[in-house]
Design a protein around this ligand. Structure first.
Ligand code: KIV
Length: 290
């Protein structure tokens, strides 16, 4: 069974770290489950790693719903948090609530919303309606990249104070936890200490209450680019390419499929089949001659 929101929050009180990993489909959800990951985050990073968009801005609700449904189908033991994509919550409170409800109806346990003070009314509304919300501050990929690209946040006193105040406001609004993305480690430590809700860091140092990584980064499914904060636990891309190359080679050399990958007809049925086949061939031969 998946942990409840309260059980996740209790981990902070018990000084137990919270493990979060993104999942986008049935298989990655099953792997998270099997590994005992606390929270499977259906991140809108799906747009980049699963669809190939250059960033998360283009991701739609329809696309997120497919990813969420797939993760719900594969996950039994992790808490599932669904990212609300850009444009699904900014413009109209009622529409935002309706979109969050869609994700919860699919079987997700909570939604994640990027933003500071501007999303406080939405977090209040969703929480009043019983929908748990994970906040997300620091680098907010849906919008920060429009202004300044992927930059570490909280490097000046002003920016640190802004993050600190945002975190307090989001907790007050009812967020059950808070992602801190690409925030300097000293600032994320202060924020973590100030909050009663757990902080989940990505590129924000070791003192957050939990950590999140993108599934494809952890497994090294992309060879080309590795941000400083990512630790690759496997070099899957090269391992996959090697395996596929071997497959291609074995097709070309008739090594695959082998005897063990083939199925047989019984001798009795085979001799009947051969007999009928020779009759058919003779018939065909005669017809072609006429
Ligand atoms: O979309 C995502 O994967 C995220 C995490 C990086 C926090 O928001």
């Amino acid at each position: 069974m998946s942990p409840s929101i309260r059980e996740i929050q209790q981990k902070k009180k018990n000084s137990e770290k919270i493990s979060v990993l993104t999942a986008y489909d049935f298989t990655s959800a099953k792997i998270c489950d099997e590994a005992g990951i606390d929270i499977a985050l259906v991140g809108d990073s799906a747009g980049m790693v699963m669809i190939g968009y250059p960033n998360t801005i283009s991701v739609t609700m329809d696309e997120m719903m497919v990813f969420c449904r797939s993760v719900v189908n594969g996950s039994k033991k992790s808490l599932i948090v669904a990212d609300m994509p850009f444009g699904s919550y900014q413009f109209d409170l009622t529409l935002a609530v309706a979109n969050a409800v869609k994700l919860i109806k699919l079987g997700c346990h909570a939604v994640k919303i990027e933003g500071g003070i501007e999303v406080v009314p939405l977090i209040q509304r969703l929480t009043e309606y019983g929908i748990p919300v994970m906040g997300h501050i620091g680098l907010k990929p849906q919008t920060t990249i429009l202004w300044e690209g992927y930059k570490v946040q909280g490097k000046t006193c002003d920016s640190a104070l802004e993050l600190y105040n945002q975190a307090l406001e989001l907790e007050k609004a009812g967020a059950f936890s808070l992602v801190l993305e690409l925030v300097t480690k000293q600032v994320s430590e202060e924020v973590t200490r100030a909050l009663t809700i757990p902080t989940i860091g990505i590129g924000s140092g070791p003192n957050c209450d939990g950590q999140v990584l993108v599934y494809h980064d952890l497994l090294g499914l992309f060879a080309s680019f590795k941000p400083k904060f990512v630790k690759r636990y496997l070099e899957s891309f090269s391992l996959n390419v090697e395996a596929v190359k071997k497959y291609k080679f074995e097709i070309s050399t008739s090594v695959f499929p082998g005897e063990e990958h083939s199925f047989s007809i019984s001798n009795e049925e085979l001799s009947k089949f051969t007999k009928y086949l020779s009759i058919l061939k003779d018939k065909h031969h005669i017809e072609n001659k006429i």
